[in-house]
Design a protein around this ligand. Structure first.
Ligand SMILES: Cc1cc2nc3c(=O)[nH]c(=O)nc-3n(C[C@H](O)[C@H](O)[C@H](O)COP(=O)(O)OP(=O)(O)OC[C@H]3O[C@@H](n4cnc5c(N)ncnc54)[C@H](O)[C@@H]3O)c2cc1C
Ligand code: FES
Length: 273
């Protein structure tokens, strides 16, 4: 990765933290936003890092689930989640005042190299989750932010308000054409790479989308960082369930990532879907 990044150099060691649910709301079909009172994590987390959340204490939910921090507000952290299986179904049922615990902050987040003036953020679906805090951090540092946000329908454009507020240019794409360009967000990305003078592309979303964005950025000669979601058991680099093939050898997404320099990833290998 590019050297001189404030984010990764200043990361704080992960710890176990007992947290309390402040609010938990459905924001789109199958998508929720949970707000947790988590003072230690809120202070320590850097954009692109994640937490390993134990959703319940019963034996059916012993394994922690990894979630990106979407936003921090004071002592509270916000997590956007998609209901997929047993764990996230249970998460959707947690209410204000209930307690959980997490381990975090974990992983190597987005790097913000000194001197960059203009960044493009490309989010597909829930890929918006780890980009929210990054967009706010970039804007705070005076970096111009352009955002391309994609989803199947307008209702599924996640975190639209946050991105609209911080972005100098904000574009959307929906599969059904209900908002913005009709089609995939990669079409918008290609246009923006041609239109704008960009120093860096940050992307998160389905891996086929990220693969295309990485190729488009490479063609345009712009560095690109991607955040990969892997199945994760331990979250602390021990179990090797999350390895990713890179030009620098096998890397563990939980500690070496989840953010990687797209140019180092071996996109043709089957381990990258
Ligand atoms: C670093 C990281 C950050 C993440 N951030 C978010 C986030 O901000 N919001 C969010 O909604 N989800 C996020 N995920 C994915 C999230 O961890 C899974 O969706 C969740 O663990 C599913 O739990 P479950 O018990 O509901 O589903 P399960 O019953 O465990 O699985 C349901 C389905 O989801 C798939 N799945 C399970 N875990 C993962 C995973 N880690 N990655 C990809 N697919 C998975 C399974 O293969 C299965 O098809 C992140 C994953 C990683 C690795
Ligand atoms: S999840 Fe165990 S090594 Fe990454």
């Amino acid at each position: 990765m590019t050297s001189g990044c404030a984010c990764s150099e200043h990361s704080v060691a992960p710890a176990l933290e007992r947290v309390e649910v402040v609010a938990n709301d459905r924001i789109a079909s199958g998508v929720g936003l949970i707000v947790l009172h988590a003072p230690r994590t809120a202070t320590a987390v850097r954009p692109g890092q994640f937490v390993h959340l134990r959703i319940a204490r019963d034996s059916a939910h012993l394994l922690r689930r990894p979630f990106s921090i979407h936003r921090v507000r004071g002592e509270r952290i916000e997590i956007l989640y998609q209901v997929l299986g047993a764990g996230t179904r249970l998460l959707a049922e947690r209410g204000a005042g209930e307690e959980m615990d997490l381990v975090g902050p974990l992983g190597h987040g987005w790097e913000i190299p000194p001197g960059i003036a203009h960044a493009l953020l490309v989010a597909g679906g829930l890929g918006a989750a780890p980009l929210g805090m990054l967009a706010e951090e970039l804007a705070t540092r005076g970096v111009a932010v352009t955002v391309a946000l994609g989803a199947p329908t307008e209702e599924r454009l996640i975190a639209r308000d946050l991105f609209e507020n911080v972005a100098r240019r904000f574009e959307t794409a929906t599969d059904d054409g209900s908002c913005g360009a009709a089609g995939f967000v990669t079409g918008v990305c290609e246009t923006l790479l041609a239109d704008e003078a960009l120093d860096l592309v940050y992307t998160c979303g389905p891996e086929p989308m990220q693969r295309i964005v990485a190729a488009q950025a490479a063609d345009a000669g712009v560095p690109c960082q991607v955040s990969l979601e892997r199945l994760m058991a331990c979250g602390i680099g021990v179990c090797l369930s999350c390895v990713v093939p890179t030009s620098e050898g096998q890397k563990r997404a939980c500690v070496d990532g989840p953010v990687f320099d797209a140019a180092t990833l071996m996109w043709d290998r089957p381990e990258i879907r």
